[in-house]
Write a protein that binds this ligand. Structure first.
Ligand code: NAP
Length: 286
């Protein structure tokens, strides 16, 4: 039996592996799937088995898994291309009849009505169709995606996006989501379950701006712009137009409350409160 982690050389995958090792899972009981062995050299040096495979080359996953394996499929990073990429892993997992297939999807997946959710919904359906024991880890937004803009927000005195002034989002840290994935893949009791993973507290972007002001001493406000202004703004800072549309669509969904839920699944899974927003802002300012 091995705990198999795809996307193992990515930021989330590395955190999951560190958590597994910290929880006492032996290194030789972990398989890291990486598309580049060189990139996974540090993992191999710790005694972790490294399997070279690429979501874009399904043949590289053939025979990759054993029936006793618990597989964590970390979603691929290119929205719009992920359905066939994930199918490569799901097909190989089905062929082996793995003991568990866990998947990192999106918060509120079954009813999510924004563009970015489509790949995740199709992947969850493919996993259900496979008949394998599954665990759905439906992650809310990574707070790091937003705190990456703390510097520009201080520079311009504003957090600018398409989210309404009163709308809230329940982000959590990548490390909190990783901790949940490590628990779900290495302990019993998580088969055929879907977890809606979000921070304990939902916040408005006005509160986000106020916290930046408090910690930096520089005045920052939240400014809401229209959908079209948002797309143009995202293109102006260098995003391709198609992806700018996808991100502006997420802001619209946040305004509708799609990422507002705080069901508590994340803190229950990790056995502690989620990391407060103030700590994430402090980490960026440090
Ligand atoms: N909810 C959110 O706010 C949010 C935010 C960002 C991302 N996500 C999702 O969460 C996933 C993990 O996040 P992250 O921060 O760890 O992203 P990341 O650092 O970009 O890691 C993505 C991982 O996927 C691997 N990968 C990409 N394409 C692949 C391919 N064709 N074959 C094999 N492996 C491939 C990458 O391999 P390499 O190391 O070789 O590049 C990397 O290990 C992302 O991929 C994305 O689906 C969610």
């Amino acid at each position: 039996m091995s705990i198999v982690i795809t996307g193992a050389t990515g930021q989330l995958g590395r955190l999951v592996i560190a958590d597994l090792l910290a929880a006492g899972v032996p290194a030789d009981g972990i398989t890291a799937v990486a598309r580049s062995k060189e990139k996974a050299a540090d993992l191999a040096a710790q005694g972790i088995r490294v399997l070279e495979a690429d979501y874009d080359r399904p043949e590289t996953f053939e025979g990759a898994f054993d029936a006793a394996d618990r597989v964590l499929l970390i979603s691929a990073s290119e929205a719009g291309r992920r359905i066939p990429q994930h199918a490569a892993v799901i097909d190989a997992a089905k062929a082996a009849g793995v003991a568990q297939l866990a998947y990192t999807g999106i918060f509120g997946s079954p009813t999510a009505d924004f563009l970015l959710a489509a790949d995740h919904q199709a992947t969850e359906q493919a996993i259900l169709d496979s008949g394998l024991p599954y665990t759905f880890l439906r992650n809310n937004w990574y707070v790091e995606m937003l705190t990456a803009n703390v510097g520009p927000a201080i520079e311009h005195g504003a957090v600018v996006n398409g989210v309404g002034q009163d709308s809230v989002i329940a982000t959590a840290t990548r490390a909190d989501y990783a901790a949940a994935a490590a628990v779900a893949i290495s302990t019993d009791g998580h088969l055929n379950k879907a977890y809606e993973l979000s921070g304990d507290h939902a916040w408005t972007f006005g509160e986000f701006a106020a916290e930046i002001t408090k910690q930096s001493g520089k005045p920052v406000v939240h400014k809401t712009i229209s959908h079209d202004e948002n797309v143009a703004f995202l293109v102006s800072v260098g995003l391709p137009e198609g992806f700018a549309e996808v991100l502006a669509d997420v802001d619209d969904a946040i305004t509708r409350g799609a990422l507002a839920g705080t069901p508590g699944d994340l803190s229950r899974l990790i056995g502690r409160p989620t990391t407060p927003l103030a700590d994430s802002i402090a980490a960026v300012l440090a």
